[in-house]
Ligand binder design. Structure first.
Ligand SMILES: CC(C)(COP(=O)(O)OP(=O)(O)OC[C@H]1O[C@@H](n2cnc3c(N)ncnc32)[C@H](O)[C@@H]1O)[C@@H](O)C(=O)NCCC(=O)NCCS
Ligand SMILES: Nc1ncnc2c1ncn2[C@@H]1O[C@H](COP(=O)(O)OP(=O)(O)OP(=O)(O)O)[C@@H](O)[C@H]1O
Length: 199
């Protein structure tokens, strides 16, 4: 049984790598998706976020306006820490639960795709750490293109995370995603073949 913690910087390519690993037979736990679920109506974290940030972050249908909340917290470190203190314990609980469910169902290879593995001190959840790396200029470019952010908005998000270079130093495996997706796939296949995990 192996639980890989897949991390990196925002828009460095974690989802791209986890998609490839899924095709190769790994079960994926997506922390961003869990974080989205716990901020939906009916969850305790949803109520706490409204009590803290006010009803003006809600859309007409009662959902949290994520773009609006993002603008607030990524421009203000203290507010981001408050949001983290509400969401991270819930995310951690849910990841633990999902790992347990998968392992009791006999699943042998699990990937936890989690951008804040180091920042949220969740490394003890996983057996080894894979970091997806791209140089910062490429990260900015991809983030601006994907999210329609200005350069400043992209930088604000990047700066709210541990520098990617630091994460690389703490990794067991580094995937360089600055080339083509095909070259990323080849790196992954090489790593898995070395460990005789293919097939
Ligand atoms: C602020 C929110 C509402 C903005 O939502 P939005 O839809 O714009 O972004 P989304 O959730 O898809 O995240 C996109 C990326 O932003 C980065 N990011 C998200 N939250 C954080 C954070 N608290 N600190 C640093 N980077 C973050 C991650 O790289 C993530 O992959 C949302 O990111 C959020 O609720 N964040 C707090 C929960 C969290 O920490 N999630 C990360 C997984 S544990
Ligand atoms: N090798 C690549 N070449 C070109 N574009 C890429 C490559 N890998 C990923 N991308 C693009 O870059 C963007 C970010 O990739 P992806 O969504 O996989 O990153 P992420 O790390 O999961 O992001 P987040 O932290 O926001 O969840 C996407 O638009 C994706 O299509």
């Amino acid at each position: 049984m192996l639980v890989i913690g897949l991390t990196g910087g925002i828009a460095s390519g974690k989802s791209t790598v986890s998609r490839i690993l899924r095709e190769l037979g790994f079960a994926i736990i997506d922390a961003d998706r869990i974080a989205r679920e716990i901020l939906s109506p009916g969850h305790p974290a949803y109520q706490k976020v409204i009590d803290t940030f006010g009803k003006n972050i809600l859309m007409e249908d009662g959902q949290i306006d994520r773009a609006k909340l993002g603008k607030i917290v990524f421009a203000n470190r203290e507010k981001l820490l408050v949001l983290n203190s509400i969401t991270h314990p819930e995310v951690l609980k849910e990841i633990r639960k999902k790992i347990k469910e998968l392992t009791s169902a006999g699943v042998e290879r699990i990937v936890v795709d989690i951008p804040l593995l180091f920042e949220a001190k969740m490394t003890s959840l996983v057996d080894e750490i894979w970091v997806v790396y791209v140089p910062e200029e490429e990260q900015i470019k991809r983030l601006m293109a994907r999210n329609g952010f200005s350069r400043d908005e992209a930088l604000a998000r990047i700066r709210s995370q541990m520098p990617l270079e630091e994460k690389v130093k703490l990794a067991d495996v580094v995937i360089d995603n600055s080339g083509s997706i095909e070259s990323t796939r080849e790196q992954i296949l090489t790593i898995l073949q070395k460990r005789k995990w293919n097939g």
